[in-house]
Design a protein around this ligand. Structure first.
Ligand code: ATP
Length: 234
């Protein structure tokens, strides 16, 4: 479904991504892991067309997209929920969700039906539909941000650190919701620093270090590796 081939991305002279090749297959949850500054967000921005790679190719659904405008990439079903819960603070939860559907020309009745589907994934949003974005807690804002992404009907949903800064119990809810989104048929590329919990719901994973992929394996094998590294260090 998504294929990156030898991607290099730079900020001026700084090389942020070096020779990145990775794939996401239809139906999967793939975790992209790494520390602060490893290049995870840059990878997502390169895929969604917000930054252009200096070299390499990005293929989505068999088509080359590395020079397609970002809004057209969205229309093709590749949706990026950026880090930092960027919802509209002055709009209600319902309005934020409706905005997610605006790249498609659909009737309001369909929009309402799709809001109901988002509420199946995030039932906690139901009593909050008429609340303004700014008045929500961090976890509620994150649910709203991911819900808005779902309203675009993604074929591939890319989530940038959805668990960042959330309380542990909310983090658990968020990962369960991501699993549910995947079970309902959406492929997910999940960027996280929280390796254990993201691998627990993922099929496969890649580990980024200083702009390069240093490991890629099935989620259980990567989890074993983390466990052994901790035991070895103890
Ligand atoms: P984080 O979790 O902190 O977002 P990350 O793994 O997503 O980390 P990136 O944000 O992709 O990392 O950053 C990768 C590298 O590129 C870092 O060295 C960072 O300092 C650098 N970088 C990111 N954005 C810019 C920018 N706009 N201009 C210059 N350098 C940048």
């Amino acid at each position: 479904m998504l294929k990156l081939n030898e991607i290099e991305t730079r900020y001026g002279k700084i090389v942020a991504l070096r020779n990145i090749s990775m794939e996401v297959h239809e139906g999967e949850i793939v975790a992209l892991l790494g520390m602060n500054g490893a290049g995870k967000s840059t990878t997502l921005k390169t895929i969604s067309g917000l930054i252009r790679p200096k070299a390499g190719t990005v293929e989505f659904m068999g088509r080359s997209i590395e020079s397609v405008p970002p809004e057209e990439i969205v229309r093709q079903g590749l949706i990026h929920v950026p880090e930092g819960r960027k919802i509209f603070p002055g709009l209600t939860v319902r309005e934020n969700l409706v905005i997610g559907a605006t790249s498609r020309k659909i009737a309001m009745s369909t929009v309402n039906q799709e809001i109901e589907e988002v509420l199946e994934v995030f039932p906690d949003l139901t009593p909050l539909l008429d609340r303004l974005g700014w008045s929500l807690s961090g976890g509620q804002q994150q649910m709203c941000a991911v819900g808005r992404g779902l309203m675009a009907r993604p074929k591939l949903l890319m989530l940038d650190e959805p668990s960042l800064g959330l309380a542990p119990v909310i983090v658990q809810n968020m990962f369960q919701a991501i699993r549910k989104i995947n079970q309902k048929g959406t492929t997910v590329l999940l960027v996280e620093q929280n390796a254990r919990q993201s691998l627990a719901i993922s099929h496969r994973g890649y580990v980024l270090e200083a702009g390069s992929i240093v490991a890629s394996d099935s989620a259980p094998s990567l989890l074993d590796g983390i466990q052994n590294a901790y035991l070895g260090a103890a």
